[in-house]
Design a protein around this ligand. Structure first.
Ligand SMILES: [Zn+2]
Length: 139
């Protein structure tokens, strides 16, 4: 959020690396904005996650595509959880590519995000979770 991640563009500028290209796509300069919002590899992950969750994954909440309307707070929590998981996994994969020269298929990253989000949601369900919210979550 504070543009403080040590992406290749920053590392290159201070002489810590000789290549400022993106670790994930190797096509353009790796800036923080590119990594999370423009990179073709990251976009494949986010597209797969969007296909699964049914709403657009970005910094703003979009309308539900299901017809079942959960509590706004629940939807915000789920959206935040998905967004955070995407950012974490993209950054983790970027570091894996940079340090270990390993690039996992975007679909596999998206699958990991999906499973982690499901696990976290299940752990937070309580008796106060309404039937409508449970139905929305199931979908
Ligand atoms: Zn890239």
């Amino acid at each position: 959020m504070n543009n403080g991640l040590k992406v290749n563009d920053k590392l290159f500028q201070i002489g810590c690396c000789t290549d400022n290209s993106c670790c994930l796509c190797d096509a353009v300069v790796e800036t923080q904005s590119h990594l999370f919002f423009e990179c073709s590899y990251s976009r494949l992950i986010i597209a797969a996650v969007e296909s699964w969750c049914g709403f657009k994954v970005d910094v703003n909440i979009s309308a539900s595509t299901t017809g079942i309307v959960p509590r706004r707070a629940l939807k915000q929590e789920v959206h935040s959880l998905i967004w955070t998981a995407c950012v974490y996994c993209i950054w983790n994969q970027r570091n894996n590519a940079r340090m270990n020269l390993v690039l996992i298929k975007p679909d596999n990253i998206a699958r990991n995000i999906r499973e982690e989000v499901k696990r976290r949601i299940r752990s937070k369900l309580s008796k106060e979770t309404t039937r409508t919210d449970r139905i929305w979550l199931r979908k």
